[in-house]
Design a protein around this ligand. Structure first.
Ligand code: PPE
Length: 305
């Protein structure tokens, strides 16, 4: 949960939490017209560092471009706003949520006369799927809701409206006693979780669905692929079937909020030994070593604030 306190950057001004409000007739409230990012700032021995800030801001602008939303700031100005929001709230370690949305103008689907508003909030947010999940893993279920088909709702845009699909999958998973949902794509192959990308491990090699319009091109997914290659772990980006998950040695989710969360079962079938596997732990350890500045930030992923 996020503490309802602190300051929020709204259209260039720092405003109090309670003042960061929108009109109920804003376009976004009725038509889901927002794009957003989830970014983490981590505290380490050298200070507080935002993880892959440039890539997140670039993706925010790409998502806006897909929906023809003209952000009235440059990428550098948004990066500065993100850093300022963390500093202004005195947060050493936090989750940062920039959101770009069509605001209050005229009603109607065609957003021609609605402003494009921008806000940045930050709050302390622990492990997405529960503190113990990073170690013991989570139970996931394949959802009856599939990810949107290509050329229907662009999954590569991190848009608010995409999370209507994610919500349906998540609510169904929780109702069935799972921690998280795994969605299939239009063709019936594995796509991603309701808020994460997904990997499996087989014979010491890792597999993940290819970048396509059936899933979000995750930044953590990219980080894990780069770390795996550095560690000499072979990476396969190829279509993954539901049954490949069942017979995998290990599986895990990746995401800014989820970080690297082991999956110990899918649809009640234990994955491997039913707990975090050695390859998952190897990748987790290296990921956190980089974040904690316990190893060289050779990829240049950390922006100290
Ligand atoms: C559907 C989806 N797929 C993959 C990812 C992983 O992307 P990346 O963070 O770049 O590695 C996320 C992030 N989900 C964000 C929002 C979660 C939320 O509940 O809101 C996040 O992890 O911040 C997704 O929402």
């Amino acid at each position: 949960s996020c503490e309802a306190s602190g300051k929020i950057w709204l259209n260039g001004e720092m405003v109090e939490w309670e003042e960061a409000t929108v009109h109920v007739l804003s376009h976004v409230v009725h038509y889901g017209s927002s794009v957003f990012e989830g970014i983490r700032c981590y505290r380490n021995s050298k200070g507080s560092a935002i993880f892959r800030l440039r890539e997140h801001v670039k993706r925010l602008f790409d998502s806006a471009k897909i929906y023809r939303m003209d952000i009235p700031y440059t990428q550098d100005q948004i990066s500065d706003a993100i850093v300022e929001t963390v500093r202004e709230n005195g947060l050493e370690e936090c989750y940062i949520r920039p959101v770009v949305f069509r605001g209050y103008g005229e009603m109607g689907v065609h957003p021609v006369n609605c402003p494009v508003d921008v806000a940045v909030a930050a709050w302390e947010w622990g492990a997405y799927l529960g503190a113990e999940a990073l170690e013991v893993g989570v139970d996931a279920g394949v959802s009856t809701w599939r990810r949107m088909a290509p050329n229907t709702m662009p999954n590569m845009a991190k848009a608010g409206g995409n999370y209507l699909n994610s919500q349906l999958a998540k609510m169904e998973a929780v109702r069935h006693g799972y921690d998280e949902a795994i969605m299939l794509d239009y063709h019936g192959y594995i796509s991603e979780g309701s808020g994460e990308n997904i990997f499996l491990v087989s014979e010491g090699e890792i597999y993940t669905p290819p970048v396509s319009s059936s899933l979000l091109r995750g930044i953590t997914r990219d980080s894990v692929i780069k770390i795996a290659r550095t560690e000499g772990v072979t990476v396969h980006e190829e279509p993954i079937t539901r049954e490949m998950l069942y017979i995998a040695d290990e599986a895990f989710f990746t995401g800014t909020a989820a970080e690297i969360t082991p999956i110990r079962s899918v649809d009640g079938i234990e994955i491997g030994a039913g707990r975090r596997g050695p390859v998952t732990k190897l990748l987790q350890d290296e990921f956190f070593r980089i974040i904690r500045a316990e190893t060289e930030d050779s990829f240049g992923w950390l922006t100290y604030i």
